[in-house]
Every structure is written in structure tokens, then in C-alpha cells.
Design a protein around this ligand. Structure first.
Ligand SMILES: *Cc1c(COP(=O)(O)O)cnc(C)c1O
Length: 477
């Protein structure tokens, strides 16, 4: 099968959006192109090899094997090109193989690749900590520890908060996702697939009600009162070390909390000596049109967790926050062999530079405008789109069963899987999310052009039009 797709919309030089500061140069044409069945024959071949040697516990959303990527485009081993609306779950935030990151990492590889900062330190680690102190919310003195992954950042944030407070309990919110290590499995809302059969899980983790305006209809103040009331009864403030919160929940479905929710929780934490930690692993690093999504909500957390987007695709993560909290740990208590690897640090410095030099915060705002406008037009057309929410390049739609949008808002997960499958067949890589599996999330790189957004949305429009008629779905249930 050979099908060549061309973008349906012209480049939008007339669009009212912010043009990139410098016109980026791409090594791969920024367009989708499908030339084989999906997955193609070479991907099928690789997949057979993989099944023989890679654990079944490691799954893949779309088993097309990638050979190169640039900007917002992935190229697979069969030469199909996909518009990447997932960015490796929000990692290649400034675009695939961004030239500043590639040059910085390649340059560092030639100088030295590893010494271990806890043996013999180096400037790149210090520079990343300086940049984090500058760009994370809060104007107080801040310090950081660098590690390798998001889950490790969460683990360290909890360790640091426990050490500082001398308390034991950890609180999280409903619909949260924090990772796959032993402690973070216990912090996730969803047991399946992350924790099923992997117990015993870490104890002393409490799941408090969140703010989910589309479903709970609560004001930020009322939702915060409900959360605080739960924490006071189920834990007691005097035993609570930290409250860990994603300002916009990621895997849970991009829930944007009601206004006032996060500042009210922070105030309660401050009054009660609880460390409040922002898990900005998915929402941070310029993705939402601000360096950190907390800023949109007037929330200044005590500690901030950064990972995914920080180093352009290289593994790096950080806990950053109030110096007195970060310094409560004894020398040797924090660290790890690969934490703050110099190549990853060099890449991170390049990411921060690129955000500044190319005004990438404005690109987040541009993507939000284009996506929300396009998705709102689709919502007018299809009543299964119940909600559109998010900030910047972190936007989602929640799909509900036909006719339930104004009443019970029943999850329509089957539609989400069908749309994602249709999109993949037509060269658009689209991620799903949501506690009930009924959310399509748009988590592209900031390199995604308005033309690619329009093209991807036209594919999603076709995908929804292809869904079985509402009556048939009603019968199937
Ligand atoms: C991805 C993610 C994590 C876990 O990060 P890993 O690098 O996969 O360990 C934690 N919290 C949030 C909000 C995430 O999106």
C-alpha cells in the first residue's frame, strides 16, 4: 500500500500567531507522509525481534520503529513520517534534534562524559542548578539536586521533605501520576497497570480529593476545603511531611484545577509546616507558555520537580527549592552515580538558552491558541467532545458518550482508542490519557507549526467522522 498525504492547509503566514524569533531550519521536511501499511514491513520485522528479547512488561503505543526525528516529525524505518503530538511524553519540548542541543551534547561528549559529581565536580552541574534557581517559581534562595528520572525526582522530593520536617506521611491527589518506582507506584491514583501485582507498596501515602472542575463543579476554594478536610482527618497536619501535586495533572487527563485551589493548599501547608511540592515533570520547562505551569495559578511551591523536557531528550531530572529545605539533608544523603551527567547537563543548558533566545514561551501560547480554536470548532460539530482544557502545548479533550455531555459525562474510551488508531494510520501520533482512558492529549513540541496543527486536526476530524453511529454504540454497551 502506498498512500502519500499532503497537508490540507497552506502555511499560515496570515495567522494572528507569534512567528518564531528566528526561522528554524529543519533537516526533515515538516510534513506527514505514509508510504507503507502501518506498521510497515521493516517495523514488523523489528517487532518480531523485540518480542523475543524485550520484556512483555514494556509496551509501545505505536510499534513503528523510529530511525530519525527532527522538529515535530518522526521518521520510521519504512520511511513513513509522523506528526509527533506526543514528543516522547513531553520530553522533546523544544523539538527533536534541536541543533543547539545536538551541538552542546556532542561538544561535551568530546570533553568528558562522566566523573561523578559526588567524586569530582564540574561546572555544567552548577550552571544547571543556577538556571533552575532563576527560572523556578519563588524569589527566595534556592538549591537543587540533579538525578536521572522523574520518579527519582519524586522520590528525592519526598526524602528531602521528610528529612526537613521530621515527619512521615506523604499526601497526593486523586488522578495523580508520579512514576513506577516502589514509592511512586503507591503515589499513583491508578493501580492498573502501574502497580498491579507489584506490592507490597510503600506505606504512609494518602490520596486526597483533587480539583476536577469538569466533573466536580467546585470552586477552587471549595475544592481546597474538601482536600484540607480530608488531610486533617485522615493524616493530621502534624504527621504530614509533604503534599505532592501536579499543577496540571498529566496521565490523569490534563485536569486544570479551579482558580484558587493551589494557592489555598499552599497556604494551608505553609501554616502547618507541610512541604508542598510541585510535580512539574510533565508541565514544566516552557511547555505551557510559562517556565512552570504553577505560575498560571499564582502558586509558588516550596519545592519543584523537573524532568522530562529539561535536557532535550537526554535523561536528567531535578529537585529545586527553598535553600533551607534542600540543605536539611546530610552530605552523602542525596545523589547517585549518573545524577547530573555532564552531557545531559550540557544539553539542559542549551535547552534553557534556546527557550530564551527563540522566545519559546510565546510558542507555547501560539500552540494553545491554534489547538483550542481548532478543537472548539470540532466540539461544535461533535457532541462527544465534552471538555477542552489545558495550557500552552499541553491541551486535552475529554470524550463522553453521545448525549451525556450535559448530564452524566460518561467516559467514551472506545472513541479515544479508535481516533488514536485512525490518526496513527494517517501519520499522526496522538497520545491518550485519563483515569478512565477517555482523554486525547496534545503534548507536542514547541516546534509544531500552525500548518501541522491544522493538518493533524483535519485527520482527527476525519477520525471522529469515521466512528460508528451513536445508536450502534448505545446498543453495544
Ligand atoms: C512522567 C512523569 C513522572 C515520572 O517520570 P519518569 O521519568 O518516567 O520516572 C512523574 N510525574 C509526572 C507528572 C510525570 O508526567
Amino acid at each position: 500500500m502506498t498512500e502519500t498525504l499532503t497537508p490540507t492547509s497552506a502555511p499560515s503566514d496570515t495567522a494572528p500567531s507569534t512567528a518564531p524569533a528566528a526561522e528554524p531550519v529543519y533537516t526533515i521536511p515538516q510534513e506527514r507522509r505514509i508510504v507503507t501499511a502501518i506498521p510497515g514491513p521493516r517495523s514488523e520485522e523489528l517487532h518480531q525481534r523485540r518480542l523475543a528479547v524485550v520484556s512483555a512488561g514494556v509496551s509501545s503505543t505505536l510499534p513503528v520503529y523510529i530511525k530519525k526525528a527532527n522538529g515535530a516529525i518522526l521518521v520510521d524505518v519504512d520511511d513513513n513520517q509522523f506528526i509527533d503530538l506526543g514528543a516522547g511524553i513531553g520530553v522533546t519540548t523544544i523539538g527533536h534534534t534541536d541543533s543547539t542541543v545536538v551541538e552542546a551534547a556532542a561538544g561535551q561528549v568530546k570533553e568528558f562524559i562522566h566523573t561523578l559529581f559526588t567524586i569530582t565536580p564540574y561546572e555544567e552541574y552548577v550552571r544547571v542548578a543556577e538556571l533552575l534557581a532563576t527560572h523556578t517559581p519563588g524569589s527566595w534562595p534556592k538549591k537543587s539536586v540533579l538525578i536521572n528520572s522523574g520518579a527519582e525526582a519524586v522520590e528525592n522530593g519526598v526524602k528531602i521533605a521528610r528529612k526537613f520536617t521530621g515527619r512521615r506521611a506523604v499526601a497526593v491527589l486523586d488522578h495523580a501520576y508520579h512514576g513506577r518506582t516502589n514509592l511512586t507506584m503507591a503515589m499513583n491514583y491508578k493501580a492498573a497497570p502501574y502497580a498491579t501485582g507489584y506490592g507490597p507498596l510503600a506505606g504512609d501515602v494518602y490520596h486526597a480529593p483533587s480539583s476536577y472542575p469538569y466533573h466536580d463543579g467546585l470552586s477552587g476554594g471549595d475544592a481546597a476545603r474538601r482536600t484540607i478536610s480530608y488531610l486533617e482527618k485522615a493524616v493530621g497536619a502534624s504527621d504530614l511531611a509533604c503534599l505532592v501535586v501536579e499543577p496540571i495533572q498529566g496521565e490523569g487527563g490534563f485536569m486544570v484545577p479551579a482558580d484558587g485551589f493551589l494557592p489555598a493548599l499552599q497556604e494551608w501547608c505553609t501554616v502547618n509546616g507541610v512541604v508542598m511540592i510541585a510535580d512539574e515533570i510533565q508541565s514544566g520547562m516552557a511547555r505551557t507558555g510559562a517556565y512552570y505551569a504553577s505560575e498560571h495559578f499564582g502558586w509558588t511551591p516550596d519545592l519543584v520537580l523537573t524532568a522530562k523536557g529539561i535536557a532535550g531528550g537526554l535523561p536528567l531530572a531535578a529537585v529545586t527549592g527553598r535553600a533551607e529545605i534542600m540543605d536539611a539533608s546530610q552530605p552523602g544523603g542525596l545523589g547517585g552515580t549518573f545524577g547530573g551527567n555532564p552531557v545531559a547537563c550540557a544539553a539542559a543548558i542549551a535547552v534553557f538558552e534556546s527557550i530564551e533566545q527563540n522566545d519559546l514561551l510565546a510558542q507555547g501560547a501560539r500552540i494553545e491558541r491554534a489547538l483550542v480554536a481548532g478543537l472548539s470548532a470540532l466540539k461544535q460539530k461533535y457532541d462527544i467532545i465534552g471538555d477542552i482544557r489545558g495550557r500552552g502545548a499541553m491541551i486535552a479533550i475529554e470524550l463522553v458518550q453521545p448525549g451525556t455531555g450535559d448530564t452524566t459525562k460518561e467516559p467514551y474510551a472506545a472513541a479515544v482508542s479508535s481516533i488514536a488508531a485512525y490518526a496513527a494510520q494517517h501519520g499522526v501520533l496522538l497520545l491518550t490519557a485519563g483515569t478512565y482512558g477517555n482523554v486525547l492529549r496534545f503534548l507536542p513540541s514547541l516546534a509544531l507549526s500552525d500548518a501541522l496543527i491544522a493538518d493533524a486536526l483535519s485527520v482527527i476530524d476525519d477520525a471522529i467522522a469515521e466512528l460508528p453511529a451513536p445508536e450502534r454504540n448505545a446498543e453495544k454497551r
